[in-house]
Design a protein around this ligand. Sequence first.
Ligand code: AMP
Ligand code: MG
Length: 405
Amino acid sequence: MPTAPQVHSPLDFEEARRIVIQTVRSLRKENRAESVRLDESYGRVLAESALADRDYPTLRRSLRDGFAVKSANVPGALTVRGEVRAGEVEQAPLSDGEALEIMTGAPVPDGADAVVMVEHVLRQDNKVKIDRAAEPGQFINTRGAEAETGAVLIPAGTRLDASHVATLAMTGNVSVPVIRRPSVAILATGDEIVSIDEKPAAHQIRNSNSYMLAALVRSTGGAATILQVARDTRNALQPLLEEGLKHDLLIVTGGVSAGKYDLVKPALRDLGVQFHFERVRVQPGQPTAFGTRDDMPVFGLPGNPGSTLITYQLFARPALELLSGQADPILPLLSARFEAPFRHKLGLTRFLPARLSPDGQHLRHIPWKGSSDVPALAKANVFLVAEHDRETWDTGDSIRVMLKP
Ligand code: AMP
Ligand code: MG
């Protein structure tokens, strides 16, 4: 069991993220593989490295539409002996004074050592006039230039994107070995929370977190189980937490702040969970708690949906990425320029709803009423990342931006 000391002073989000990543990497976990059809492999994590099944390309291939020539024959006028189309196997070797019309992707005939682009020739009947010199090898991919047989094309532990799906298709993988989805328990807590099919009284709110988290977990490659909402008592919490601790990852929302009925952390401690941090210098999401019991990570995320979303993205996502076998969790941040001046209070790094322009360059802050403001979250397409040590930004100043999950 990792026995990091409890950290009471708030951490920067980068440091908290590092602790999550280090801790989860150190846990003993077995990655069980399963096989899925290629068309269902997108977003899954590859269990075994994918290798080149043959040389790519397997023949010398033309990179342009044009004429296959001997470079020593140009500049000059050549006789066009015929054509080679993609999908055809070439004929007799090229002789001096000859050219073969060739299409992109077609095999370059023996004897030819360059391709001249169709745009750079003058064609007259069966003659072609070429005014400029050709470098030997120009516009030809030699056999194995892209990859040689047996080369690792995609290392195990890669989350498969569309280019990986193309690579797997190219190498003839009808089915793909991927790592099983980790099982993630989601537990919402709070006396005021009712299920989404109930009509809430004025003092109650529907459980949006569990569904949002299930969507986030699914998008991270996990399989979510939504547990029944726990009331704010030790008796109600304990059996549900115990249930949650049977999965590969437990995410609890609500009940982690300093209120009298915030009982999640003491209840988790009673069940043997050790906390690695309990506060992060971010807003929303300051009271985020991360702990482990044996080899099982546990998150206590603050209950307001804005806090839950941001803290999932910053801290729980990398944990789940690692548990799902992904080798390297990354947090992609872009940069954009403010369309209008912006200011915030020093001290906390704030992740605030914002709207990025269609060209991806300009940013507008969306007014929001705090971390319970789900409608503002829904209007955003990104979060701006206002550093804790900078107060003001002018129009045109750039700022980091986190993509919305
Ligand atoms: P807590 O972190 O328990 O102090 O909760 C903070 C606020 O988050 C509460 O006042 C609720 O309004 C809201 N909240 C807590 N849990 C949920 C949930 N499952 N779905 C939507 N909002 C929630
Ligand atoms: Mg609560």
